[in-house]
Structure formats: structure tokens, C-alpha cells
Design a protein around this ligand. Sequence first.
Ligand code: UTP
Length: 294
Amino acid sequence: MKPVRKAVLPVAGLGTRILPAAKTTPKNLLNVWDRPILAHVVAEGRAAGIEHFVFIVGRGQSAIEDYFDHAFELEHNLEAKGRSAILADVTADLLEPGQMSFVRQMAPLGLGHAVWCARDLIGDEPFAVMLPDMLMAAQPGALSQAVAAHEAVGGNIVVVEPAPTGEAHKYGIVALGGAAPGFDGRLKQMTGMVEKPAPGTEPSNLFISGRYILQPGVFDALAAHARGAGGEIQLTDAMLKRLETESFHALEYVGSTYDCGDKLGLLRANVALALGDPHGGASARAAIETLLNG
Ligand code: UTP
């Protein structure tokens, strides 16, 4: 079985839910506690063994490329001033030469179209898709958990989690078959997917969160450029097509997800990561308590 070495990170969406903040700053560079959302997600990918990150970008997003590259003047200044701890923190996020590629989506035609744009760079091997809006705090990371599932059962892996009570109809929900051995029963054969099922018709309460491991055959399904919900080229439609011939498993991962494409989700992520920081957590808690006690 080929290992999962490459990840596609689609960042070319318009980010309407988080405007005007995302008007001039790519939304994935908005901050969560100590670094941009995207830096947290790339760190999760590196921990899972990803060697090459393929960013699907739109216009005005060149700051993403700069973030993962050297900033020689800044680094030189920090070094000259003896600010070695900050320098180490800044350079910790740099990717190695050859570890990142950028593909222009040119028009935001949907998540499926964004993934399809990576077809030549992925080639004929399984790959990860990481939705960078979704900050998934977990130990081991969500993608590491998915890679372990892929090593166990192969095929396609979709990371899922329980929808809030009574809200399953707002999400892409999976239908499940039998459990695979191990994984405490959290790895199950996936038999179907339905986008925003009518209340009461949900096949489960588990929704597709933000990490996938896909086989390259999905590019054949995406090549049809079929428009789905909202007039967009949907990744779930292409996955449904592949489900006819390929194995899919849903992994209920262990961790906490924050949807940073939404103002409240971004706030929750900031508070959660601040409180969980072994160095700054106590001061963050004191600051939040002061605010709450007015
Ligand atoms: P979203 O559904 O969050 O869409 O996309 P969006 O446009 O970013 O945000 P809203 O809903 O308008 O606020 C999920 C992920 O897929 C990427 C987005 O950047 C986001 O990371 N995406 C979506 C693309 O790269 N291209 C697209 O055409 C659509």
C-alpha cells in the first residue's frame, strides 16, 4: 500500500461568513492564539507524515506563500537583538524547499473543483485533503488518526464527528455499515453520504468534518465537472461516485473541532487554545475571567 505523503489544502473560497476580516487577509491566515489557523493545520499535517503541501489558492493570497518561507530581514533583526525564542517560534513553521506547491483555482467553483486542481501534483497515489478552516485539536492529530486508519484498512477514509444534538440536518451526514477491527469501534464502513438530510431522515448523527484520505481515482469523478448543491462542483458528489467501486471508511476521531470559517468558531478556537497553552494558559484564563466579571 502506498503511504500518504501529500496533502491538498484548499484555501481559495470567498470566506463570506467571516467578512470583512477576510477581505484583504486570507481567512486561513487569521490568528488562533499564537499563530495563523493555517500554521496549526500544516503542523497537524507534518505530524502525520505529510511531505508535500499543495495549497489551492485564489487571487490576493500570496501572503500564504510568504508565511511558510524565510523572512530574512525579520529573522536577521531578531537574531541581532538576541530574541532567540521568538526567532525559533517564527522559523518553526517554515517548510523545506520543495515541500509546498501553489495552484491557482482561478474561480471558486466549489471544493470538488479546488481538489481537482491538484490532480497533476498528486499523480497516482493516495492523498490527504485538509480543510484549513477546520481546526481540529487532537492528540495524536486528526490526520494522524486518519493515516492510522488508512494503514489498517486502505481505501478512502473520511473523518467524522457527532453533530450537535438536533442539528444533523445542517451537515453532510454519513451512512454506516459494520465496524472494522480495532479503533474502539470508531472506524466503520461507509455506505453512503447525504448533504443536509431532511430532519428525521438522517442515516446517522455523524458529519464529515475536515480531513479525508482519498484515492487518486476521485480525480476521474471530479473531471466530469458536474455541478451539485449550490451550483458548485462538490467533493461529496465525486466521493459518492467512487463509493460504487471503492472502499470507504468513516473514522470518528477523538478531539475537538473548531470551525474557524465562522466568527463564533474562530472565537471559540482562540479561547480554547489560549486556555490550553501550558505557558500562557493561566494568564489567558485570568484575562477572560476579568472580562466575564466585568
Ligand atoms: P467553505 O464552504 O468554507 O467556503 O469552503 P468559503 O467560501 O471558504 O467560506 P464561506 O462559506 O463563503 O464563508 C471549505 C473550504 O474549501 C475551500 C475554502 O477556502 C475552505 O477552506 N474552497 C471552497 C476552495 O478552495 N475553493 C472553492 O471553490 C470553494
